[in-house]
Design a protein around this ligand. Structure first.
Ligand SMILES: *[C@@H]1O[C@H](CO)[C@@H](O)[C@H](O)[C@H]1NC(C)=O
Length: 524
């Protein structure tokens, strides 16, 4: 009895440490689209776990054309960027979209996009009233979108400990000090798998060095912003800020990615948006029921691409869908559909659709996608094969993984023709092995020890309770490179070896010389 009581008292005192209810958490969302959907989900999860959450949101509308923002239970601080600039930003994005469909997704477009983020960063960091009030709030921790370097600068300005959430798989392993053996860990943008032949490894090594140059160029786009917002003497360097994150979380999963080494402060928590499906609307159900055994296909090209600017591409896709036996449900802004083009009879277009619910429908046969991480995680969660038209960023590398795991394939955008699209869809839907692989990956993903939402909340709470993530950071993160790769030790040992070898040689020579000369003397 007494022991019981003691136990209860102990538990009572430990309670606040076990469950940090009411921690104050700031979430940062400086990129719209799918990044917003993820940050919104994480903010909700933390709020639902009893924490006080505020989101710092750069785009009030989430940059999601056609999407109705759900009323948020957590607090939001937002501001508006100048309408003229926003118009320009949208136009730049539309121009990029055209380039992507013509197969031009080079470094130039990426750096131009980073330039836009840097411009927005300057405006955001100038909101001193917002920053001052946030500073007064004394947040326990922040969760930031690590894709945008501006998030790190905002953290440096606020001085809050933070968790970096990266909305895709590794694009920056080298920058955050994660061991990435080039012999089997493909570098971002290499489009290689973990099974590399000799030339694959040559390419990977080359891409590794190239990735450092790209990273330097990305960081250079933020140089002026850093100069403007931080006084001489306390100007941060982005590379150092990346190492300051208490924890790194990546929106990926080993059901999807190739097995590779990680560090304790790096967690894979993918698929936060994949959930059990809710029933779809009666209108959609009626449409789907007309498909009979053939079932239906879901088509979405990413939250930020609600319609196509290239009419030729649109025509090819429409004609391709007309040739398949399935019904097609396509997220396409109805008002943007050209009047002169007749929609294929088996196709239904919608301004927005709940992809997750449709992928969970028993009659779904395929997802046609741009290959964004959230879409692929939902496809894996529901065990649906994929055909992708990857456009930019991580989408090609994502699809290399889906293809390697035999869950689908992809068509490079510049090769997109009606016939190719239709044959590819038929191939993936007729060959049952794709469905089987998708179902196997589904089992791998769903049988993880904890569902991603729970894992995410527990990790954030752990970092708060532990007073940071220092216990997870290996010393290698602070070690000079020559120590980390043991170059000093190798140098020392080599010198020892050479000196010893040289001394032995000297002694031997001396001994042999003496023996010889004494032998000569005897003979004499
Ligand atoms: C940042 O914005 C301010 C005020 O709008 C402007 O004067 C300045 O030139 C901008 N700096 C950079 C680096 O873009």
């Amino acid at each position: 009895m007494a022991a019981d009581r003691k136990h209860m008292i102990l538990l009572f005192f430990m309670q606040p440490f076990l469950l940090p209810h009411g921690a104050k958490i700031l979430t940062l969302c400086f990129v719209g689209g799918s990044h917003y959907l993820l940050m919104d989900e994480m903010s909700r999860l933390l709020h639902d776990s009893g924490h006080e959450v505020r989101m710092l949101l750069q785009f009030g509308d989430g940059m999601l054309p056609g999407y109705k923002m759900r009323p948020s239970p957590y607090q939001i601080t937002t501001w508006s960027l100048d309408e003229g600039y926003l118009q320009e930003f949208r136009e730049v994005f539309l121009q990029h979209q055209k380039d992507f469909f013509m197969g031009r997704n080079g470094l130039g477009a990426y750096l131009a996009f980073m330039g836009q983020l840097s411009h927005q960063c300057n405006i955001t960091l100038h909101k001193s009233d917002i920053f001052n009030s946030l500073r007064d709030e004394k947040y326990d921790i922040a969760v930031i979108d690590a894709f945008n370097p501006c998030s790190f600068l905002a953290m440096e300005k606020l001085g809050i400990p933070f968790i970096a959430f990266f909305p895709g798989m590794f694009a920056n392993a080298a920058q955050i000090g994660i061991p990435s053996p080039l012999s089997y860990v493909p570098v971002f943008q290499s489009q290689l798998t973990d099974h590399m032949d000799f030339w694959g490894r040559v390419k990977n090594t080359f891409m590794y060095f190239a990735s450092h140059i790209v990273e330097r160029k990305v960081q250079a786009t933020f140089e002026d912003v850093i100069k403007e917002h931080f006084p001489v003497g306390s100007r941060p360097c982005l590379s150092d800020l990346y190492l300051k994150a208490e924890l790194w979380i990546y929106n990926t999963d080993f059901a999807f990615d190739f097995a590779r080494p990680l560090l304790p402060h790096v967690q894979y928590i993918g698929g936060l948006l994949a959930k059990p499906a809710k029933p779809v609307s009666q209108e959609l159900e009626d449409f789907i029921s007309q498909s009979g055994e053939a079932g239906f296909i879901v088509v979405t090209l990413g939250s930020m691409i609600p319609s196509l600017t290239l009419i030729e591409v649109l025509k090819e896709m429409n004609a391709g869908f007309a040739k398949v036996p399935q019904k097609v449900i396509w997220r396409y802004q109805i008002s943007q559909w050209p009047r002169e083009l007749e929609l294929a009879p088996n196709v239904k277009i919608m301004d927005w659709l709940s992809q997750n619910d449709l992928l969970g429908h028993p009659k779904v046969r395929l997802l046609v996608t741009h290959g964004g991480m959230n879409s692929l995680m939902e496809a894996i969660y529901h065990g649906v094969p994929v055909v992708a038209i990857p456009l930019f960023g991580d989408q090609f590398d994502n699809m290399v993984r889906i293809k390697a795991k035999k869950m689908g394939t992809f068509i490079p955008p510049e090769q997109l023709k009606a016939e190719i699209l239709a044959t590819t869809i038929r191939k993936i839907t007729d060959d049952k092995s794709y469905k089987i692989s998708a179902m196997n990956l589904r089992v791998i993903q769903r049988s993880r020890p904890f569902p991603p939402g729970r894992q995410f909340v527990r990790w954030v709470e752990h970092i708060i309770q532990a007073g940071g993530g220092h216990h997870l950071h290996p010393y290698s993160l602070q070690q000079p490179w020559y120590q980390q790769y043991l170059l000093d030790v190798i140098l020392f040992l080599s010198v020892c070896l050479i000196v010893t070898g040289y001394s032995i040689l000297k002694v031997l020579r001396f001994v042999v010389g003496n023996l010889c000369s004494s032998g000569k003397q005897k003979q004499n």
